[in-house]
Design a protein around this ligand. Structure first.
Ligand SMILES: C[S@@+](CC[C@H](N)C(=O)[O-])C[C@H]1O[C@@H](n2cnc3c(N)ncnc32)[C@H](O)[C@@H]1O
Length: 460
């Protein structure tokens, strides 16, 4: 086993040496900026808490730092559209690809607030908020539950959601209906017994569903009427700030959102079209978006089968992901797959993990398949990104390194080396500072055991 580990350490060092002059600790990259945290108080960006998102200011920081002026901008893992909306604000057209239907729905609602909502619609929203028509509703629309969401709401709240949905169906104005639906989607977590926790939904003890030895208390479970009222107030106030307060003083540029897997959609995009790609794929950390966002997906009436299929279509980052037949999607991916398969560090990590699996030392056997699938699939995304970028175009990718079975996986170096072999020039691997360091330092001083969080800067 030591041989495996020694070899991994050696190959890792080789890659560090190869890219050492590119690996810079950037003190501007705080955890707040790189995560959703910095959006928490931001007009327009705070409405739906998407923990996996990055902040609007991060996109601005990069576009400024690298003097990004032209468009279109592409984000193949668009999430709730941070890259797209910041681009739009800066006058740049953008295209996003996103697989999770709930995230696509959020982007569409945000778009319609930006582009379609009128002052008359705002009056309708205000009346809805004040009149609370669901309280008088005679009918209700049955909510969809999955095995993993059964019993997610207090009975009274479930009843109100079903009445709210019934009333929504009677609204003719599509913009208003979509925004009211979005408001509901944005409060599901706070009115439920659950908390989003990356790999799964965590259940409050009051649900009666005890998971784990120590009962979990999520704190206040917000009353439905209050939650909806507050969310609509937030949206309406921001609407005034954006439009009448002329907050951003800009003409927003077009946003086009494509719903599906970037593995299927990117090969359809024309080559050399995009000026810049700014993205953050799921990390290789076992986070399961289809579980975390199961309440929202239930609201969209997905079936259990839809949910399972969705999980398999996502970029492999959970132990349940099966191997995808990538060459069946695109024969041209022979090239990136070969590049990834020949990556010495990746190979030695997979070899080590396979060995651990044989010895029954992995806490889940699916880890090997996940790690391998993660890099092979991303190699294809990187290949497509290179193809669709214009010459001179930048690609920025936010990602974290991970650790399994005691071995740290330098996701930053492996992906950057794959990108380099696909044709990109690796301009920088910008590392988030750890501890208290406050001046730009080279990589050598970075804590050895700390998993690096980075933003890769690649250029075609
Ligand atoms: C880290 S999040 C991106 C968050 C985004 N930067 C934001 O600020 O909202 C990764 C996103 O990739 C999406 N995703 C996962 N697999 C995908 C695939 N095969 N194609 C497109 N999107 C995918 C997930 O649903 C998730 O929204």
């Amino acid at each position: 086993m030591d041989d495996y580990l020694d070899n991994i350490v050696k190959l890792d060092k080789d890659l560090v040496n190869k890219y050492s002059d590119k690996m810079i600790i950037d003190d501007n990259l705080t955890r707040q900026l790189v995560s959703f945290q910095a959006n928490k108080n931001r007009t327009f960006h705070k409405w739906f808490k998407y923990k996996e998102g990055f902040s609007a200011d991060l996109v601005k920081y990069f576009f400024q730092k690298y003097n990004i002026k032209g468009s279109p901008v592409l984000d193949p893992f668009a999430g709730i559209g941070t890259t797209l909306f910041v681009s739009s604000e800066l006058g740049l057209q953008s295209v996003g690809i996103e697989l999770l239907p709930s995230s696509v729905e959020i982007i569409k609602a945000r778009k319609s607030i930006l582009f379609n909502l009128t002052n008359e619609d705002i009056i309708v929203l205000k009346n809805w908020k004040d009149d609370k028509p669901w309280l008088q509703s005679e009918g209700q629309k049955e909510l969809v539950f999955f095995r993993i969401t059964n019993g997610a709401y207090p009975e009274k709240t479930k009843d109100k959601i079903e009445k709210y949905l019934y009333c929504l169906d009677n609204i003719k104005n599509e913009t208003v209906r979509n925004i009211l639906f979005f408001a509901l989607m944005s409060v599901l977590e706070v009115i439920s017994y659950t908390r989003k926790d990356g790999q799964y939904l965590r259940w409050d003890y009051r649900s009666g569903r005890q998971v784990g030895a120590i009962p979990f208390n999520k704190g206040e479970i917000i009353d439905f009427d209050i939650a909806i009222n507050d969310k609509l107030n937030e949206i309406i106030n921001d609407y005034y700030l954006i439009h009448n307060g002329n907050l951003f003083q800009t003409n927003y540029s077009d946003i086009n959102i494509l719903n599906g897997s970037c593995l299927n959609i990117m090969p359809e995009l024309k080559e050399s079209q995009y000026k810049v790609i700014m993205t953050s794929p799921p990390y290789c950390n076992r986070y399961d978006y289809t579980r975390t966002y199961a309440l929202e997906l239930g609201l969209l009436e997905l079936s259990q089968v839809d949910l399972n299929n969705l999980r398999q279509t996502m970029l492999s980052c959970t132990v349940e992901n099966k191997e995808k037949d990538l060459l069946k999607i695109n024969k041209k991916w022979f090239a990136p797959l070969e590049i990834a398969n020949n990556n010495l560090l990746l190979n030695s990590i997979i070899g080590y993990l396979e060995n651990q699996k044989k010895k029954k030392l992995l806490n889940n056997n699916g880890i090997v398949r996940m790690v391998k699938g993660y890099f092979l699939e991303l190699a294809c995304v990187i290949y497509e990104s290179y193809r669709v970028l214009q010459n001179g175009g930048y690609m920025f990718m936010v990602n974290d390194n991970v650790r399994y079975a005691g071995v740290s996986i330098s996701v930053d170096l492996i992906l950057s080396d794959i990108a380099n072999k696909v044709g990109f020039n690796v301009e920088n691997i910008l590392i988030l500072p750890i501890g208290k360091g406050n001046s730009s330092q080279q990589m050598g001083e970075h804590g050895r055991d700390e998993l690096r969080k980075c933003i890769y800067v690649w250029r075609k």
